[in-house]
Design a binder for this molecule. Sequence first.
Ligand code: UDP
Length: 341
Amino acid sequence: MKILITGGAGFIGSHTILEILEHTDWTPISLDSFINSEPRTFDRIKDITGTEVKNYALDLRNLEDCRQVFEENEFAGILHFAALKAVGESVQKPLLYYQNNIQGLLNLIDLQMEYGVPHHIYSSSCTVYGSAKELPVSESTPSGQAESPYGWTKVMSEEILKDIALSSESLNVLALRYFNPVGAHSSGKLGELPKGVPNNLVPYITQTAVGVREKLTIHGDDYETRDGTCLRDYIHVTDIASAHLAAMKHLLEGKQRAPFDFINLGSGIGVTVKEAVDAFIKVNQVHLNYAIGPRRSGDVAAIYADNTKALSVLGWKPIRDLDEMMRSAWKWQQELGRQSL
Ligand code: UDP
């Protein structure tokens, strides 16, 4: 059974391919243009699993190019990861984000409908909740107030998918709203490869510890949280990957009641920036140069997930804790050394 993975060389896509190879008999086929990733990822997957994954190096913005993927394969379902994800860049280049994340989705759905592929798991984000007033955020928390063009692409994509799924006889869509995916595969041979200077906390920490960056700046310690630094819900990328297997099985087995649904993927635990930094230092026994700086614009003080729907609907819950996230992220950075994309 073939499953199409768009963005298979990206952070979550590549870890999901590993989970598929390690735990199912599905054949993952990837579509990744390498706009924000590198072909070596497939060599790394082969090192770990012994399996060569077929990738089509095509761009979803071009529908006719991508038709070939559907002509050559019959898919049981699609896991759609391919998208740009840097909040700051999306403010500078909104057109690029709308073209990649929206036009890419429209083309994919167009092909999916034409070729009759019934199931679609969509990579969404807790960014759709914007600045939520009540914590933790559950799926009944109002969404739709994004704070960047990137965030709007996630809100809009969910709306588009919902409208199309509701009007179609045959399409089932499940959107998974990720909180903060971090960490790396337990082998240390696959992990996140940020482009240029990382925006995200954990790659910034590991690059600082390895000496690529001089110093980590903690963006603000005057928030209304237990230690003044922002609070987030960090979740191990392998747990996120395993949720995609559970989600696809849920659709394949015809268990989704409505044509469109959405589920939070978080650990359910709020962790402050200082706690994350302390966990990294403690678990890896390494020095980390850091200092407190001003707030970063656009940051919400605190957000974490109510993840009970994932357990009740998919039977999924995260099993890797913060220490494991920090241990695996550091193992991967050591494998990578000072390399970046
Ligand atoms: N953060 C920080 N220094 C950095 C990068 C991030 O203090 O160099 C903080 C950031 O302000 C936020 C948290 O770490 O409070 C998580 O940020 P990230 O960009 O990883 O995720 P997001 O903002 O999407 O939750």
